[in-house]
Each structure stands twice: as structure tokens, then as C-alpha cells.
Write a protein that binds this ligand. Structure first.
Ligand code: ZN
Ligand code: ZN
Length: 172
């Protein structure tokens, strides 16, 4: 296994065949400093070089602190993502781009820069509505109590939940 300290590679230094890298991505460099990571953003990268063509396989793994979208409590979110991307040299891109499925095709010039790809993979893997647990009960809409921790008195005092109200409407 080779070591590389960044996500920017020099294609001229890649040997024919496959090279494997394990990298701890620089969060600032990826412009992800707004997130609170519990462990480093680890990338395992395999670059398979065949002539000018470089097939990259990327695996990301990390864990970060987010707020539950229902109860607002701080929670740990594990992130895992994989992607396959084919790189061709920029000068050849016209003919080759037509032959390939354009969605997973990228181009390299003097450098092969994986930073944008890793950043996008990370952002796409983030849950839109993170949950501290599948059955998080959230906050009481009337009093704001965290219903995972306490049962507030709102329901008992005759303040039916939205679901209850809807059910009654349907029944009538
Ligand atoms: Zn929650
Ligand atoms: Zn309540």
C-alpha cells in the first residue's frame, strides 16, 4: 500500500496497474469545517491505471455529530459512501466522452484531484433528516417537552395529537 497525504495525485507517478491509498482527508481543505467530526474522514482509494485511463474506486468512512431532526438532541451519525469514477486525460476528452457514460467520467490534467468528488460523496451521504433513533418521539408540539425522556401532560389535558384529530375527522 502506498501513502499519500492529500487527495491530489500526480498521474505521472501512478504505476500501470492498481495502487491503493489510505488517506485522512483534510476537513478544511474540503471546505467541510462547519461539521463536527467525531473521527477523521477516512478515504480508501484504489487507482487502477491502464495507459491514460485511470479508474478510481473510493470508499469513505467517518462519523460526525449532528442534531436529531425530531428532538434536537446531539447525536452521532456514521457516514459510509462508495463511488467509482473513470478519469481520462483532458486533451482526449472529446471523442472519449461520447463513448462513455458521462455521469461517472471525469478528466485530469497535470493533477488528478479527488477533493470535489470526496466532498460531494460526503454531502450526498449526509441524511436530510437525521434521527437519534428510528422511533424518536420528538418534542411535544404544545409544551416542547422531549417525549423520549418524559411524558408531558398535554395529551391527558385533552389536547389530542394531530393524528388523533385527523382520525376523528375521518370517522365523522
Ligand atoms: Zn431524536
Ligand atoms: Zn406537552
Amino acid at each position: 500500500m502506498s501513502r499519500n497525504d492529500s487527495l491530489v495525485f500526480l498521474p505521472t507517478q501512478l504505476v500501470e496497474g492498481s495502487s491503493r491509498f489510505e488517506i485522512e482527508a483534510d476537513i478544511d481543505e474540503l471546505d467541510l469545517a462547519e461539521y463536527t467530526f467525531s473521527v477523521p474522514l477516512r478515504c480508501e482509494i484504489v487507482l487502477e491505471r491502464t495507459g491514460d485511463r485511470i479508474d478510481a474506486h473510493l470508499d469513505l468512512e467517518t462519523s460526525l455529530k449532528l442534531s436529531c431532526s425530531r428532538c434536537g438532541e446531539s447525536m452521532r451519525q456514521d457516514i459510509c459512501a462508495s463511488a467509482d469514477v473513470t478519469f481520462l486525460p483532458e486533451v482526449k476528452n472529446k471523442e472519449d466522452a461520447d463513448e462513455q457514460d458521462a455521469t461517472d467520467l471525469e478528466f485530469y490534467s497535470e493533477v488528478l484531484d479527488l477533493r470535489d468528488i470526496v466532498r460531494d460523496m460526503f454531502l450526498l451521504a449526509l441524511p436530510i433528516a437525521p434521527l437519534c433513533s428510528e422511533d424518536c418521539r420528538g418534542l411535544c408540539p404544545s409544551c416542547g417537552a422531549n417525549l423520549n425522556r418524559e411524558n408531558c401532560k398535554c395529551n391527558i389535558q385533552g389536547n389530542p395529537s394531530t393524528f388523533e384529530k385527523l382520525r376523528r375527522l375521518v370517522d365523522e
